[in-house]
Design a protein around this ligand. Structure first.
Ligand code: BES
Ligand code: MN
Ligand code: ZN
Length: 490
């Protein structure tokens, strides 16, 4: 969907629809100009009828009184409650409405006296408008191919720059959704690696892929064990971006299990199809790397995406197996469905040893327990570093991508000690499932500043997901906006 910014006089603009926002208790939209009385009264009536409820939309035909065909008024609720989140949501509703009506373009006015600063407002509006019109329809005969284009009318001198950055960010979210929504028969670890390699065409990203035999030979015991049950061989995808000479790197690690059956500890049939989304952490990392390279951020960043298919079969790893993880620690397997932590351990340990990073962030649809604890709208956050958590909370405020920190200490670390190996891949019973999974990862991380995001609930729209106009069915691309904000504000 195309978006541009323009500094023009709204009433003189020839457009299919001239859109304004309104807040509660106003009788006319914010920044509404003086017009012929007939039309003004009509707009007043429409505002009165909707009472400016958040997301309400009313359409007033202008009967040729001004060049625009219609005026559309979008409600934002009470003025003191307006946030970038309500703007994102309202802009999403508006662009869905415009698209349903079959209009090919619309213009939206951000007046000078708008209650939120125009940078934040324009960014949220572009995100809401573009992310809401997404649908994963590439496997359908009837595909939507036409999208309305949006003109943002603002006097902010930086409006075009803000729009262009918001387009890059929302493109990365859409890219992540497209990858994550791929069905498992079309997205093996090999196929995921292939798509990722095509990103290196822009020259600023270097993509390397380690094969099954290289992984075995270099000691990636976790990835090798989980991957051995599938004829789709495991891969480790590495993405490197250098935007600043002689500075320490940040590492992003993402779980990409292209399908999680549970392996020998087989999952029940109900909703097993949703386990195609078990690659979402990896897809988020790949999307972030794409945007960072397009935005030319002045940082060094490495993405590490371990990718496997977790299948039962004659060659699968088993409960009872003891395997050697990257770096030498041994793990006793108690449940082959706790596979994510095994592949993440290898990736984290390899990344820290190879790049000596200043910080590591990992993303994974790691535990059902996280959904039990926090629901489907908030990601679990486990970290060994206060400063990272503070910055993440700020970025979460900025982007509306929610997180909640869970504790970790030696008592939790003790819960995954094994009788026969260094550690085991499940805790005792079902208690603190999200934290014991993180404790397993903490064994790979040591003292390196680290944050772990359990995105089991937030990575796709599922039972318990709050409806948001800009998060349509399927993968959400959760984490891309959050981490791009984090990396842009060091
Ligand atoms: N990918 C799943 C976690 C998951 C389940 C995410 C449902 C989203 C929705 C993960 O590999 C898994 O199976 N975890 C197990 C761990 C358990 C065996 C210790 C779980 O959560 O049940
Ligand atoms: Mn699993
Ligand atoms: Zn899994």
């Amino acid at each position: 969907m195309f978006v541009k910014a323009e500094k023009s006089e709204p009433v003189k603009k020839k457009t299919k629809s001239l859109c304004y926002f309104v807040t509660e208790k106003l009788d006319l939209p914010i920044g509404f100009p003086k017009l012929e009385e007939k039309l003004t009264n009509s707009v007043k009536k429409a505002v009165l009828e909707t009472r400016a409820k958040l997301g309400s939309i009313s359409i007033i035909h202008t009967l040729g009184i001004i060049p625009a065909d219609r005026i559309i008024v979008v409600g934002l609720g009470p003025r003191h409650k307006i946030t970038h989140e309500s703007l994102r949501s309202a802009a999403g509703k508006l662009s869905k409405k415009i698209s349903e009506m079959g209009l090919e373009e619309y213009s939206l006015v951000i007046p000078n006296n708008f209650p939120i600063n125009s940078k934040t407002a324009i960014n949220a509006i572009v995100e809401g408008a573009r992310l809401s019109l997404y649908s994963f329809d590439r496997y359908k005969k009837d595909r939507k191919t036409k999208f309305p284009s949006l003109t943002i009318i603002s006097s902010d001198v930086n409006a075009s720059k803000i729009v262009s950055k918001a387009i890059t960010i929302s493109d990365a979210v859409l890219f992540t959704r497209n990858l994550a929504n791929l069905p498992p028969n079309e997205c093996s670890p090999l196929q995921l690696a292939g798509i990722t390699k095509s990103l290196s065409a822009n020259k600023k990203l270097k993509v390397t892929v380690l094969s099954k035999s290289e992984l075995r030979q270099k000691g990636f015991g976790g990835i090798s064990a989980v991957g051995q049950g599938s004829k789709n061989e495991p891969k480790l995808i590495l993405l490197e971006y250098n935007g600043k000479k002689q500075s320490k790197t940040t590492i992003l690690v993402g779980k990409a299990v292209t399908f999680d059956t549970g392996g020998i500890s087989l999952k029940p049939a109900d909703k097993m199809d949703e386990m195609k989304f078990d690659k979402c952490g990896g897809c988020t990392v790949i999307g972030i790397m794409k945007a960072v390279s397009e935005l030319n951020l002045p940082i060094n960043l490495v993405g590490i995406v371990p990718s496997v298919e977790n299948m039962p079969g004659g060659e699968s790893y088993r409960p009872g197996d003891i395997i050697k993880l990257y770096g030498g620690k041994t793990a006793e397997i108690l449940n082959t469905d706790a596979e994510g932590r095994l592949i993440l351990f290898d990736a984290l340990a390899y990344g820290i040893k190879t790049y000596k990073p200043k910080e590591v962030l990992d993303f994974a649809t790691l535990t059902g327990a996280c959904i039990v604890a926090l629901g489907a709208n908030v990601a679990g956050l486990v970290s060994n570093n206060k400063k990272i958590v503070e910055r993440i909370n700020k970025s979460s405020q900025n982007t509306g991508e929610q997180v909640w920190q869970l504790p970790i200490d030696d008592d939790y670390m003790d819960m995954i000690k094994s009788d026969y190996a260094d550690i085991r891949n499940t805790g005792p019973g079902r208690v603190a499932g999200t934290i014991t999974a993180a404790a397993f990862l903490a064994n790979a991380v040591g003292n390196t500043p680290w944050a772990h995001f359990d995105i089991a609930g937030t990575a796709w729209v599922q039972t318990g997901t709050k409806e948001k106009s800009y998060n349509p069915k399927g993968a959400t691309g959760y984490g891309v906006r959050l981490i791009l904000d984090y990396l842009s504000n060091p």
